[in-house]
Design a protein around this ligand. Sequence first.
Ligand code: MF3
Ligand code: CO
Length: 252
Amino acid sequence: MGVSIKSAREIELMRESCKRLEYVHKELGNHIKPGISTYEINKIGERLIREQGGIPNFLNYNGYPAAICTSVNEEVVHGIPKKEVILKDGDIISLDAGLIYKGYHSDAARTHLVGNVSDEVKQLVEVTKQAFFEGIKYAKPGYHLHDISNAIDDYVSQFGYGIVRALVGHGIGTSLHEDPQIPNYRQKRRGVLLRAGMTLAIEPMINLGTWDVEFLDDDWTVVSKDNSPSAHYENTVLITESEPEILTLGNF
Ligand code: MF3
Ligand code: CO
C-alpha cells in the first residue's frame, strides 16, 4: 500500500475532525488534577468526543475497551482507564485520544503534569513535545519520511533518554492507521518521499530510562522495562507545499 494523498475535500474533512479533537484535548486537560480516576477521565473524554459529533475511534479498536488511553508514569501508551487508578501529586499522565468525523480520523496525545512534578520528569515531558517539533521541521515536500525520524532521534539522544522502538507513528485518514509507519529513531533508509496532501500522525514516545518496553498481560498496557517514567506527544499533521499544518493544534 502506498501513502494516500488527500484531495482538497478530504483535507477539509481532516481539518474538521482534528479541530474537534484539539478541543476535546483542551477541555480534558482542565480535569487533570490529583484525585481524579482514569475511569472518570475516559468518561469525560468520550462525552466530549460525542458532543463534538465525533465517534471514538479507539473504542473497540482491536478490542480496546475505552475511548481514551490513559497512561500513567511508567506506562508508555495504551493504559486502560480504571476506577482504581487515581492521579496523585507528582504523577504524569499521557492522554491519547482520537475521533472519526464524517469518516475521517484524527489522533493526538498530550502528556500532563499532575500537581508538582520533579524537574527531571518535567524535562522529559518538555523534550518529548519538542521532539515532535524537531521532527516536523522536515515534514515538507522534498524531504524523506525518515528525515523526520532522524531529527527526532538526534534531538532526544542528546538528553540520554530512551526512544521507544516497539511503537511508531503512522499515516491517517479514512483509517486510524494508514501507511507509512513513522519510527522515532534513526533509520538506515530514507523512507518515502514526502508529498503535499499526506496526513501523518507523528508521535514520539520517550522514556526517562531504557528504550525497551514490556506489554502487560491485560494485552494493552505498554510500560518501560525499567519502570522509568515515559512521555508521549502526538499531532495529526498535513504536508503542504510549504510549512506543515499541525491539524490538531492552533485552532483555539
Ligand atoms: N494513538 C494510538 C495510535 O496511534 C491509538 C491508540 S490504540 C487503541 O496507535 F487501540 F487504543 F485505539
Ligand atoms: Co497515533
